[in-house]
Write a protein that binds this ligand. Structure first.
Ligand code: ZN
Length: 435
């Protein structure tokens, strides 16, 4: 049921002919191979297990970590799979007029020190009925050496003091919404997460306006150290970017995402330290929220490509406005991001469109035809037919586009092209006017 997309794999190739001719080399090679194997498996980073599905009545997007620890993996897998089964049983045969029911799992991963790991799983269910979406949080504080899971009072210096701190903070933060105080033994049963700044405790609220009461507790109350760094799978720290306005620039653009391929594209872009612009569909934003967050963190740009890919140039005024506005809104809500550029669906622009929107309309001048051509090499060849200032059209819904990118980017870099986003392209054009 779950498909693994591994984040990094090391391959070691040994030339076949060499082995045949020089057999005496086999033994040392064997040891080198073993050494490399151990070396790489130790350095191997955590994987992410991802499952994305668009069923008849449900939409699924699951991301959870696969760590180096089998005990912990089993525990996480069991929990995610039982939540998934419950959701499917409840919603797969149930058709809502408002849209498909959504199930989303995401996570946070923090290495506290060599011993402790903190993993938090976030569950989100939106049935698209009158009920408000439900959010659930479960967490594990795991000792990798002893394979134990820790409860809050096992890591607390003084449970009594902690309990009174929690009750007092709840009162200050939520006032009369909190009807009672919590006892020491209750506090021990709640989920908590550990990150570099704080420990957060989640208390189920039974009120529609809060899924949980959240209390942030300072590290002074605990016996454990502050985590040294955040190692979330989606964390990427962009390097400082320098664009030379006098040198050649091109802008890669991807239409029709986000999709299960988005994160693979971002991975390729990150590998070569380049950026692109993604013209996305609003109706898919919440399903791929963490991938889009990662895309933005890596310095890429997001543009508007309508809400659900209607042919925009033929729409009535109000429908056209709705297609643009709904996507702007979902980007603001889910990512706190305001898109500044619009790519009309099918590249078809109407006069009305320009009047109806304040976003700037961006087309392209190099078409890879990756929606039609199946061979990644041929797609790459079309994508490399660029000159200074070219905007290249690709689609992030295709596997072959990812493969074509792997061919194109290093070759274009070698030719001296700088990869810029649409906003950066505009800036370069402005600077050049002044030069
Ligand atoms: Zn499109």
């Amino acid at each position: 049921m779950v498909k693994s997309i591994s984040t990094c794999k090391e391959y070691i190739f040994i030339g076949e002919t060499m082995l045949k001719k020089k057999r005496f080399l086999l033994i040392p090679l064997f040891f080198i191979f073993i050494f490399l194997y151990i070396h790489f498996s130790e350095k191997k980073e955590n994987d992410v297990i991802t499952m994305v599905r668009n069923n008849k009545n449900t939409m699924i997007a699951i991301n959870y970590p696969k760590t180096k620890d089998a005990h912990l993996n089993k525990k996480i897998e069991n929990q995610v799979s039982s939540a998934y089964q419950n959701f499917i049983e409840q919603y797969e045969d149930f058709k809502s007029l408002e849209g498909k029911a959504e199930f989303n799992v995401d996570y946070e991963y923090h290495e506290i020190d060599d011993t402790f790991l903190s993993i938090t799983l976030y569950y989100y269910v939106d049935s698209h009925t009158l009920e408000t979406p439900t959010r659930e949080i479960t967490s594990f504080l795991y000792n990798q050496t002893s394979h134990e899971y820790f409860t809050l009072n096992q890591i607390t210096k003084n449970t009594k003091e902690l309990t009174s701190y929690i009750n007092q903070t709840l009162k200050e933060k939520y006032g009369t919404y909190v009807k009672r105080t919590y006892k020491e033994e209750e506090i021990n049963t709640f989920s908590f997460t550990v990150d570099t700044k704080k420990i957060a405790l989640y208390i189920p609220s039974h009120l529609p306006q809060f899924s949980y009461y959240v209390v942030h507790i300072p590290f002074e109350y605990f016996k454990i150290n502050k985590p040294k760094e955040i190692t979330s799978a989606f964390q990427y720290i962009p390097k400082d970017k320098v664009i030379q306005p006098r040198e050649k620039v091109i802008a890669l653009t991807f239409d029709d995402g986000p999709s299960r391929n988005t994160k693979n594209i971002v991975k390729v872009l990150n590998k070569y330290n380049v950026n692109a612009t993604f013209f996305i569909l609003g109706n898919k934003v919440s399903l791929y929220k963490s991938d889009l967050q990662n895309l933005l963190n890596s310095g890429n740009q997001i543009g508007n490509h309508s809400y659900n890919h209607k042919l925009m140039s033929t729409l009535e005024d109000s429908d056209l406005e709705e297609q643009i506005k709904k996507t702007q809104e979902v980007l603001e809500k889910e990512l706190g991001y305001t898109a500044t550029v619009l790519r009309p669906t099918y590249g078809s622009v109407s006069k009305k469109m320009a009047e109806k929107t304040s976003l700037s309309i961006v087309l392209w001048n190099v078409d890879t035809l990756d929606w039609k051509i199946k061979d990644p090499k041929k797609i790459a060849k079309r994508g490399m037919a660029v000159r200074d200032g070219s905007i290249i059209l690709m689609h992030d819904s295709k596997d072959r586009s990812v493969k074509a990118l792997e061919i194109m980017i290093p070759k274009l870099l070698k030719k001296g092209y700088q990869f810029v986003t649409i906003d950066e392209l505009k800036e370069v054009q402005m600077i050049r006017k002044k030069l």
